[in-house]
Design a protein around this ligand. Structure first.
Ligand SMILES: CC1=C(CCC(=O)O)c2cc3nc(cc4[nH]c(cc5[nH]c(cc1n2)c(C)c5CCC(=O)O)c(CCC(=O)O)c4C)C(CCC(=O)O)=C3C
Ligand SMILES: [Fe+2]
Length: 402
């Protein structure tokens, strides 16, 4: 999709003069004493069993109580600011987290006291869904509400960018290298290699609620459909020659929550067991759901899933996430530039979907009502009630609004 296309125009917010961009992330502990307070922040009001918290704490404890995510975000923040400056855009890039300092509410308050009134949020999360999109919108909606600043400040958010070239490219390169490494361990007779695209599992209810309520998606879920679309594009880019004899699947990791609540499956470890039973010779795990090699990648894939492969005698590789890959930093800068008032914004392009995702979500997009609440929490980046919302696609792939 390009700038001149009426479809992408309908999805796009008008350009604005933003005072700052806020790189918005999950946050993580910076030492042993932070681990439990961090996990309490993450799970507040969410019914994660205590045993699960103790279990997850060990992942952080084994790494000195430090999550790699904060260092990765500091590096991404400065790389993005430098890239924007290189394009003549001297907008400051700040950093804020949901679950650890610097907290969203503190950063918003600080921006306000420095006279900033228009902010643009860029989340470290590429897909649609409650945890990956709407919850970021709520972080800011709730902060504005609690600070009493909703009338004084405008906070917008960059669209979901799962289909952006810069997000995709590191996965393409990683899969190429991963395949070569696994095949070199398989020897001359080779064999079938399983490509496992791994993402964060979510409750099936969240998966089904992802995307505008009346739009239809493959497997009934925008979250799942977007991952499938990216996986297929990555495979297409790598090409049949380099893929060779292979099979591929979308698999899930990092499940939590009470066992009676259904989450997306199969788990990556179960998938590996099953493939071993079917005679697969090697495995390449592509962490498709993540933008950096944080704890969920380091532990759930590099420690657990690769151990499962080793136990089954399968040569296996986990490929990198985007991190601060130059293509990713450029891609994020393009997304920001498309939102800033200016003459030469790069065109909005999608590598794999029917047009890029919406800048502003419908009120019913990815809705989740938290336990004990009477309705959804306040959000930013939402189309006002009463405005047309996307309800489906016609035969030519154009969005229908009603
Ligand atoms: C979709 C999704 C993403 C990807 C999108 C995005 O990036 O936002 C993501 C990322 C992350 N999840 C992370 C960590 C955790 N997630 C938890 C719990 C949960 N995640 C969920 C979903 C997601 N999570 C859900 C539905 C829960 C259940 C409870 C709840 O609804 O909140 C828990 C609680 C304990 C447990 O794991 O059981 C922890 C510690 C870290 C930090 C890693 C680090 O420190 O390096 C990151 C980047
Ligand atoms: Fe998570």
């Amino acid at each position: 999709m390009t700038a001149g296309n009426p479809l992408s125009q309908a999805r796009a917010h008008a350009p604005e003069d933003y005072d700052a961009v806020i790189l918005s992330s999950f946050g993580g502990p910076e030492g042993q004493d932070d681990v439990i307070p961090f996990l309490r922040n993450v799970t507040r009001g969410r019914g994660i069993p205590d045993e699960r918290l103790e279990e997850v704490a060990t992942h952080y404890r084994a790494n000195g109580g430090v999550s790699p995510i904060n260092a990765q975000n500091r590096a991404l923040r400065s790389a993005l600011e430098a890239e924007l400056l290189g394009r003549g855009l001297s907008v400051p890039v700040l950093w804020a987290n949901r679950n650890w300092a610097p907290y969203v509410q503190d950063v918003v308050r600080e921006c306000h006291s420095r006279g900033m009134r228009k902010l643009l949020v860029l989340a470290t999360s590429a897909y649609s869904g409650y945890s990956s999109c709407r919850q970021y919108r709520e972080d800011y909606g709730v902060a504005l509400d609690e600070l009493g600043l909703a009338d004084e400040m405008q906070i917008d958010k960059v669209r979901q960018y799962y289909d952006a070239e810069g997000f995709l490219q590191p996965f393409v390169e990683g899969l190429r290298e991963g395949l070569a490494r696994v095949r070199s361990q398989l020897g001359p007779d080779g064999g079938r290699v399983a490509v496992l695209f791994s993402t964060h599992s979510v409750p099936t209810g969240d998966a089904e609620a992802s995307g505008p309520a009346r739009m239809e998606f493959e497997e009934g879920s925008a979250y799942v459909a977007q991952h499938l679309a990216v996986a297929r594009t990555v495979l297409e880019r790598v090409g049949p020659e380099e893929l060779g004899d292979h099979t591929w699947d979308l698999v899930y990791q990092s499940r939590s929550g009470p066992p009676q609540v259904p989450w997306l499956e199969p788990d990556v470890n179960d998938a590996v067991e099953e493939l071993a039973g079917r005679g697969v010779a090697g495995v390449v795990i592509v962490p498709l759901g993540f933008v950096s090699d944080h704890m969920e990648v380091m532990w759930d894939l590099d420690t657990e899933a690769l151990q499962t492969c080793e136990r089954l005698g399968l040569p296996a590789v986990r490929t990198p996430t985007a991190g601060t890959h130059p293509a990713f930093v450029k891609g994020l800068a393009d997304l920001v530039e498309q939102r800033l008032a200016g003459p030469d914004a790069p065109p909005r392009r999608s590598t794999c979907a029917q047009g890029t995702w919406f800048d502003d979500c419908a009120p019913d997009c990815c809705v989740k009502v938290l336990r004990g609440a009477t309705g959804p929490r306040p959000t930013i980046a939402q189309r006002p009630a009463g405005e047309p919302i996307p309800v489906g696609l016609d035969e030519s792939g154009e969005v229908r609004w009603a």
